[in-house]
Structure formats: structure tokens, C-alpha cells
Write a protein that binds this ligand. Structure first.
Ligand code: ATP
Length: 418
């Protein structure tokens, strides 16, 4: 096992496009690290540079204390588990697991010992003589991991291993991978675009956008202390609500009223003009089920739609964002593949709430939980000091924004060319 340290990694493809832009991630020995972000953010490219399938344009890739930039994949001692498992259909489970040992010319006794040990760990003993075609998706996944285990690799690398599976099996496999990783204690880097996988599997999560690291932190830190608008919108389902806000003293003017926020937060956001407030759906509640005396703000709002799920309900409250923040929120929607909502508030209510569609309802909001973002840079102005993991330098994010805008302009002008 080994730590993997990515230092200022840059990848430029032939056309000069920076697919990975100055990314530094220190994966600790035995850590489960997630690389997550929307399609095209550079997560697979980064993983391929770790394993040696892609050249590094600049920066240092360290495995243990060895720089591996110029080492061939076979000399890096890493085990990659692919989406399609890459099993040999004509070989038994036993021979599939044994494959890397046979390739290395290991004696039969060593092969047998290692395969049986791996199969016991993976609970595959009763399937050793079967062919992969007759196994379930989950069992095939374990065979692929068995092949990685017998190699005594320094780390496991996964590239979207569960994306072919149906939702139920994905859930099961997620738990299984988590359990195995903990049992084996092996350094793991796992690429996904699925925030549930990121949040449930990772010791830490690196969120990427357009090749730039946005935040590197534990799942809890990402959720509670998102470093910028992008991370705030990407992590959480339903996503965080974004609303126009102006701060005066400790008061924040929001579309549904003026609320007081903690002085320490207000200070950081004072004098910045129009901002974007972020409030998670669960930080609202039906005012009638909130215990009296609980601090917060209550307001009246017309509820458009209610989705009742049993244990909770989502209420939708339309509002209009002013033009000054529309542009930023539209861009955010684009970055998040259309997930952010800018014209309606999504409010999570207790399952016992009787609020109904069309009601003029009393809604409570936990004002301690309001985040305030700078609309120009996207930066979260209200972070708790030292609790947000690693945030990249503002200029790196700015550079990525500019590349993104140039690309958008290029594609929109292509679209208008007669
Ligand atoms: P996905 O989830 O869709 O696989 P990703 O986050 O893994 O996305 P990458 O595959 O790493 O993204 O791609 C990052 C960027 O690099 C993309 O903009 C992509 O178009 C570009 N890219 C990837 N491979 C090449 C290549 N061989 N040549 C040129 N550009 C490439």
C-alpha cells in the first residue's frame, strides 16, 4: 500500500485544452478518495494519469516517495478496476483471479494460495469453477476485485465501476465496496459522477469542474461548508436553493422577507452589494411543526406543488430572481447539467405537515444555516474558518471560468454562423 500524491498536475491534449488544470490531491495511505464532477470535468483523465495510461503535461505524480511520471503502467503496481470488469468469459472465476499471477509466471502453489485467500475475503469460494457469464453483476465485480487483490497492488483505482448496474444492485455494490476497502485497508481512488457514491464511499472527496479542483474535503465538510456556488449546487439532493440577497448590518433581505443572521457571517458579507444566498431544503420547515422558541424566521408563502413521500414532503414555492443574479444562476444551471433551480424554492417539510397545494403557508427557516455567495467569483463568504477542507486558489478558479466562457462563446457563435 502507498500514498498517492498528485502535485500541480496539468493535462493538455493536442488542441491545447486543459482537461486537468493544476490539480493537487494528496491521497493518504489507506484512504478512500473520490474524484467527482459533471461529465468532462477531467476526473477520468486524472485517474488515467495516476495509472499511467495518459502522459502528464506538467506536475509530479508521486506513489509512495517515488516519482512515477515516466514509469509504464505495469511498473506502477496499481490495480485498475474498470466499468466493464474486463473479465475473460472463457476462463473460470478461479483462472480470472489467477490471471495476473499466471502472467507473472508464479508457481502453482503460490497461485493457489493467493486465489483462495482472495476468494475467501470476497466470499467467492462456491463460485470458483463457474464462468463470469453465469454470475450476477455484483459477483463479477468481486471477481474483478479479486484479480486486483492477488497482485498485492499498492492501490485500487476505480473508474465508474457501478454505472452499468441497476439502482438496487448499485446500492448493494456500494456497501460491498465500502466494506471491502475498509477490511483490506488499501489506498483507493474512485471516479464517479454520482454524488451519492461520492458522499457514502469517500473518506474525502475531490470535486472537479472543467479540470479545476473546486474543493477537497470530507463529505460532511462539503455538505455543510461548500467552498463555492458550484460545490453547493452539486452536493445535495434536492439541491441547495439559491436566492438573491442583500446584507445590511446583520439583516439579510431575501425574496420572502428580511432575516437576521449571525454577526460573524454578516460581517464577512457586508458591503458587497447583491449576493446569492444558499439555503438547503431541509433548513426550512412547516412553522406549525417547529417547536416554539426555536430560533429562526417565519414567513408566509404560496405553495405551488407538494410532493408527499411519507417520511417527508417537498413543497415548491415560485419566486423570480432579479436580472442581476439571473446570469450567474443560469450559468450554474448549465454547469450542473440543469440541476439548480432559480425560479422556485424547494422546501423539505416533515411528513406530518398538512400544508397542501395552493395553501398560503407559514414556513420557518433556520437562519443560522444560510450561506452567502459572491455572485461574481462564486466564493462562499460565510465559511467557518478551517472547516472547509482544501480550497483552490481563487485565480485558478477564475482561469477555469474564463476558459469555460470562451468555450461557450465559441460554441454559441458557431451556432449563429450562417
Ligand atoms: P465523463 O464522466 O464524461 O467520462 P470526465 O470528467 O471523466 O467525463 P474526461 O474524460 O477526463 O472527463 O475529459 C476531460 C476533458 O478532456 C473533456 O473536455 C474531454 O473532451 C477532453 N478529452 C478527453 N480525452 C481527450 C482526448 N483524447 N483528446 C482531446 N481531448 C480529450
Amino acid at each position: 500500500m502507498a500514498a498517492i500524491d498528485m502535485k500541480n498536475i496539468v493535462k493538455q491534449y493536442g488542441d491545447g485544452f486543459p482537461a486537468v488544470n493544476d490539480v493537487s490531491i494528496d491521497v493518504q495511505d489507506g484512504e478512500f478518495m473520490i474524484l467527482v464532477g459533471p461529465s468532462g470535468c477531467g476526473k477520468s483523465t486524472l485517474l488515467r494519469m495516476v495509472v499511467g495510461l495518459e502522459d502528464i503535461t506538467s506536475g509530479d505524480m508521486m506513489i509512495g516517495d517515488k516519482k512515477v511520471n515516466d514509469l509504464a503502467p505495469r511498473d506502477r503496481n496499481l490495480a485498475m478496476v474498470f466499468q466493464n470488469y474486463a473479465l475473460y468469459p472463457h476462463l473460470t472465476v478461479y483462472e480470472n483471479i489467477a490471471f495476473p499471477l499466471r502472467l507473472a509466471g508464479a508457481p502453482d502453489s503460490e497461485v493457489d494460495e493467493k486465489v483462495r485467500k482472495a476468494s475467501a475475503t470476497l466470499e467467492l469460494d462456491e463460485h470458483l469453477e463457474r464462468k463470469p457469464g453465469n454470475l450476477s453483476g455484483g459477483q463479477r465485480q468481486r471477481v474483478a476485485m479479486g484479480r486486483a487483490i492477488v497482485r498485492d497492488a499498492d492501490a485500487f483505482l476505480f473508474d465508474e465501476p457501478l454505472s452499468n448496474l441497476d439502482a438496487k444492485l448499485r446500492g448493494q455494490m456500494r456497501t460491498e465496496i465500502s466494506r471491502l476497502q475498509k477490511r483490506l485497508g488499501i489506498t483507493t481512488i474512485y471516479v464517479t459522477h454520482d454524488q451519492t457514491e461520492a458522499m457514502t464511499l469517500g473518506d474525502r472527496v475531490a470535486v472537479l469542474k472543467r479540470g479545476v479542483l473546486q474543493q477537497l474535503a470530507t463529505p460532511r465538510e462539503l455538505y455543510e461548508q461548500p467552498g463555492n456556488l458550484f460545490v453547493a449546487g452539486f452536493i445535495g439532493s434536492p439541491p441547495m436553493n439559491f436566492l438573491p440577497a442583500t446584507v445590511e448590518g446583520t439583516s439579510v433581505k431575501l425574496p420572502f422577507g428580511t432575516v437576521d443572521i449571525p454577526a460573524a457571517k454578516a460581517e464577512k458579507a457586508a458591503g458587497k452589494g447583491l449576493l446569492i444566498a444558499g439555503i438547503r431544503p431541509e433548513h426550512f420547515e412547516d412553522a406549525s411543526v417547529v417547536s416554539s422558541g426555536r430560533e429562526g424566521h417565519t414567513f408566509r408563502a404560496k405553495v405551488d406543488v407538494v410532493e408527499w413521500l411519507g417520511n417527508e414532503a417537498y413543497a415548491y414555492i415560485p419566486f423570480e430572481a432579479p436580472p442581476e443574479v439571473q446570469a450567474q444562476l443560469t450559468q450554474l444551471e448549465k454547469d450542473l447539467d440543469g440541476e439548480a433551480m432559480r425560479t422556485q424554492l424547494v422546501v423539505s417539510l416533515d411528513g406530518s405537515s398538512r400544508i397542501d397545494e395552493g395553501d398560503e403557508a407559514e414556513i420557518w427557516v433556520n437562519t443560522d444555516k444560510i450561506h452567502l455567495f459572491d455572485p461574481a467569483s462564486g466564493e462562499n463568504l460565510t465559511l467557518d474558518a478551517g472547516r472547509a477542507g482544501t480550497l483552490p486558489a481563487a485565480n485558478a478558479m477564475q482561469a477555469a471560468e474564463e476558459v469555460g466562457r470562451e468555450q461557450d462563446q465559441a460554441s454559441s457563435s458557431e451556432g449563429t454562423t450562417p
